[in-house]
Design a protein around this ligand. Structure first.
Ligand SMILES: *[C@@H]1O[C@H](CO)[C@@H](O)[C@H](O)[C@H]1NC(C)=O
Ligand SMILES: *[C@@H]1O[C@H](CO)[C@@H](O)[C@H](O)[C@H]1NC(C)=O
Ligand SMILES: *[C@@H]1O[C@H](CO)[C@@H](O)[C@H](O)[C@H]1NC(C)=O
Ligand SMILES: *[C@@H]1O[C@H](CO)[C@@H](O)[C@H](O)[C@H]1NC(C)=O
Length: 239
């Protein structure tokens, strides 16, 4: 079994980053058991519902088992607008991730605050996520339109999220301020909110899409969270 998994990892390492087994050596033996176990920790995967296959996320991506299938999430640093964040996710074969569960949201928050602290030395900021205001609700007369009140006016953009359990709006949000806030970002706050208790760590706020640094540092973008479907990999094709 170990040999088989190690072979799998050697195979996977052709397209995935460092897996622990030497990438230049596809004959990792079962005697290298400790590095084999380290490798399994590095590569996030689960047994697939397709027999003989695993759902696997590339190195650095975290697997979440959604109702539509396995999904990989990874956060990145960047002081960029929402369009640029979408482009950077796309370069990784991904989109901005939405959240099916609170666990997914906690993960992005946790990774996000660590990267913000390490790279920008900031204790507050925001990270782009896969949620937007419905185009049909983005007009000044939205209040008179059906389906455009409060959180109903927003939708998950990643196309792979079921339900609203992963949603967590800040108090008084969304407010579609000045009828221009059509993107959504998550607050990365370490410790107490700089503005009192209405913006909780990990909560959402609707913001303008084309700005990264805001007058308020706590609303400045420090990263973006990408997501993509896990790869379906055969357990036998490499041995
Ligand atoms: C490849 O792995 C085998 C088994 O662990 C080892 O004996 C061999 O020296 C390695 N070859 C290279 C080029 O690293
Ligand atoms: C993943 O979720 C699906 C559907 O909810 C379930 O059938 C499957 O057993 C889960 N797989 C694992 C490895 O937990
Ligand atoms: C990080 O920010 C704190 C508070 O603003 C400041 O005192 C400290 O010098 C900064 N550290 C670095 C490495 O920039
Ligand atoms: C987003 O940022 C990019 C890169 O700085 C810039 O070229 C683009 O015009 C911006 N998009 C919007 C809508 O502001």
């Amino acid at each position: 079994m170990l040999l088989k998994l190690c072979s799998l990892l050697a195979f996977v390492s052709l397209s995935y980053q460092d897996c622990g087994c030497s990438s230049s050596n596809s004959t990792c033996s079962s005697s290298s058991s400790s590095s084999g176990l380290d490798s399994l920790d590095d590569l996030d995967y689960q047994m697939s519902s397709t027999p003989g296959y695993v759902d696997a996320c590339p190195y650095g991506w975290k697997l979440f088992n959604r109702s539509k299938g396995a999904w990989c999430i990874r956060t990145f640093s960047g002081v960029i607008n929402e369009t640029a964040a979408e482009t950077r996710c796309a370069k990784r074969g991904a989109v901005l991730t939405s959240f099916e569960t609170a666990a997914e949201r906690y993960y992005v928050f946790d990774q996000g605050i660590n990267q913000m602290w390490d790279k920008y030395n900031q204790t507050s900021g925001m990270i782009w996520i896969g949620m937007k205001r419905k185009p049909e609700c983005s007009t000044a007369d939205y209040a008179s339109l059906t389906g455009c009140t409060g959180a109903n006016a927003y939708y998950w953009t990643d196309g792979f999220t079921t339900g609203t359990a992963g949603t967590y709006w800040a108090t008084y949000q969304p407010d579609f301020k000045s009828n221009v806030q059509t993107c959504v970002a998550m607050y990365l706050l370490i410790g107490v909110s700089p503005t009192g208790d209405v913006r909780y760590p990990g909560s959402f706020d609707d913001v303008v899409c084309d700005v990264s640094i805001q007058a308020s540092l706590y609303q400045s973008i420090r990263g973006y969270a990408c997501g993509k479907k896990a790869d379906l990999i055969s357990l036998s094709s490499s041995s």
